[in-house]
Design a protein. Structure first.
Length: 445
């Protein structure tokens, strides 16, 4: 089964760090050293302060982040920020170890899969206890995705939307035109994907399976359900079975690659996927991956379109997912200064001008608008798509609960079982829900 690069990295990271994560003990979010004993907001120090800040990312991210750090330090001469960084998988392993050992960085880049796991173990600071962080520039529906049990533990850095990337060059070569994607249904997509495969004599596949937590959240919401509710698994076995059944149907019809091909490509780099090599015409993706896919395809014309629905997109099922967050350690000796740094990185136009869309479309609307003219064409298409998606936004879903960090790993494993027909979609759905629910319950005992 084919995973996007992002999904594959999540699978690897979950397997690498889940044991260490399970060992984190509640360090207590009571009063960080910089807060008053009565829980009042921490105050900025006039003394020299050193913060440690950590993030993951590719080679291009690190110098941009350091440039933004330099700009922050120029504005605040008494605060030194020491940067630490790693690739995705190594980052989570190291962060879990540091946190368990009481040596967490003051400021850490955080992901939705792990936010509740760290927050519920008492490892993160309540950002609304500080006077230095302003959240007014963020849509409340986006800001709410930084909350665990109502407390703001993660400041969304960026937003992305989920959709389908279409290789228009391949469609032109095949003489095919997209259906009306503003009103198309899942049946329309299935038929068109099969038509692509048939028209190309099997040389080009139409689509690949939905295969991550973001897509499953949207699938549940389109079916008037939610993936999680009240800290537990909420999606019904019937709705989840439909998610698996669709992947099986596409594989059987030829709309998607055979199961063996999908398994062969599981976890490969983005540039080795069938979509990137011109052997697949459409791919589900976070839309902010357009520039990465453009580079991987060698400059193909990629158009983002909405995922189908059964009601011409009348229901407000969609939501903008934070690409990542900034969080502050509950053990930081300088929570006020840490919050001030987060505020600069998210809300300051100077930081926005430096960072651009490296971490996705800025979550602060004013910062986003200020950088639009300087975006590359692919980034601009992504930003326009995200802006247009706001018309379809509903209430924020519950984030992945503590114990659910292996969500993408489980989706990948059970999808493969279904595609190789070792389980029926119904059997896989029942087993998936039971396993995920057990993991959540175990983590919260």
């Amino acid at each position: 089964m084919r995973l996007t690069t992002s999904s594959a990295r999540r699978v690897t990271a979950a397997a690498a760090s889940i044991t260490v994560l399970a060992g984190l003990t509640a360090c207590g979010t009571g009063n960080a050293p910089g807060a008053g004993s009565d829980g009042t907001a921490p105050e900025l120090s006039e003394d020299q302060v050193t913060l440690r800040a950590t993030w993951w990312g590719g080679d291009s991210r690190h110098p941009l982040t350091q440039e933004a750090i330099d700009a922050f330090e120029e504005k605040h001469p008494n605060i030194d920020v020491v940067g630490e960084f790693a690739d995705w998988a190594g980052y989570w392993d190291k962060l879990a170890t540091q946190t368990a050992g009481g040596n967490a960085p003051d400021v850490m880049q955080m992901d939705e899969l792990y936010l509740a796991s760290y927050a519920d173990r008492g490892a993160l600071y309540d950002l609304e206890r500080t006077a230095q962080l302003d959240s007014a520039g963020l849509d409340p529906k986006v800001l709410d995705l930084g909350r665990s049990e109502g407390t703001l533990y993660g400041m969304p850095i960026s937003t992305t939307a989920f959709g389908i990337l279409v290789n228009q060059d391949l469609l032109d070569e095949l003489g095919l035109s997209l259906p009306d994607t503003s009103t198309w249904t899942w049946a329309d997509l299935s038929d068109f994907a099969a038509e692509i495969s048939e028209k190309s004599d099997g040389e080009v596949f139409g689509i690949s399976a939905l295969n991550n937590g973001y897509s499953l959240q949207l699938w549940a919401r389109q079916n008037d359900e939610s993936l999680f509710r009240d800290g537990g698994v909420s999606i019904s076995p019937e709705t989840l079975a439909g998610y698996f059944q669709q992947a099986l149907d596409w594989t059987a019809s030829g709309a998607a690659a055979p199961a063996s091909r999908q398994a062969e490509l599981a976890g490969v780099g983005l540039d080795q996927t069938d979509f990137s090599t011109g052997k697949q015409a459409m791919a589900f993706s976070q839309i902010t991956q357009i520039p990465a896919y453009e580079a991987a395809t060698g400059g193909a014309t990629l158009e983002p379109v909405k995922i189908p629905s059964e009601d011409a997109n009348e229901a407000k099922y969609s939501y903008l997912k934070p690409g990542m967050y900034w969080s502050v350690s509950s053990t930081s000796e300088h929570p006020a200064e840490a919050a001030l740094f987060v505020d600069f990185m998210v809300n300051d136009p100077e930081a926005g001008a430096i960072l651009g869309a490296d971490r996705g479309i800025p979550s602060n609307g004013a910062v986003r608008d200020s950088i639009l003219d300087g975006l590359a064409p692919g980034e601009k298409r992504a930003a326009d798509f995200v802006a247009a998606e706001e018309e379809y936004i509903g209430e924020a879903p519950e984030i992945t609960p503590n114990g659910g960090s292996e969500l993408d790993t489980l989706i990948a494993r059970y999808l493969q079982d279904v595609l190789f027909e070792s389980q029926t979609p119904e059997e896989a759905a029942e087993a998936f829900i039971a396993e995920l629910d057990s993991s959540i319950q175990s983590a919260n005992q």
